[in-house]
Design a protein around this ligand. Structure first.
Ligand SMILES: N[C@@H](CCC(=O)N[C@@H](CS)C(=O)NCC(=O)O)C(=O)O
Length: 110
């Protein structure tokens, strides 16, 4: 089971969005921010040393960083759970894959 360690009002929302789009089952563990500093609670550091959100666990696997989580979910489950979203994971080595991964725009030929 995928668990999203979700810090309130954080970019972890984008992982919830992706999981919904992929139609995958998951559970959410919500962490409150410190009311004064707005930082994440120490409990999040027990999941991953960065102590930031988002972070997910999938069985024994722990994945931190939005981009890495998105890539992991799309590569691991994308083709099976949502074939119509295959374009999210273009063929490795293709220019589409490169553009998708880094959000780059092909430079104009001068
Ligand atoms: N580059 C990371 C940034 C993670 C990050 O800074 N998350 C914020 C929430 S949007 C956080 O955990 N803040 C609480 C803290 O730094 O203690 C990602 O995109 O996953």
């Amino acid at each position: 089971m995928i668990t999203v360690h979700h810090l309130e009002t954080s970019r972890s929302q984008r992982i919830l969005w992706l999981l919904e789009e992929l139609g995958l089952p998951y559970e959410i563990k919500v962490y409150a921010r410190d009311p004064l500093t707005r930082l994440a609670p120490p409990a999040l550091k027990k999941i991953h040393p960065l102590g930031k959100s988002p972070v997910i666990t999938d069985g024994d696997l722990v994945v931190a960083e939005s981009g890495a989580i998105i890539e992991y979910l799309v590569e691991t489950y994308g083709q099976v759970s949502a074939p119509e979203l295959q374009h999210l994971d273009p063929e490795r080595g293709s220019s589409e894959h490169f553009q998708n991964r880094f959000g780059c725009i092909t430079p104009k030929v001068r």
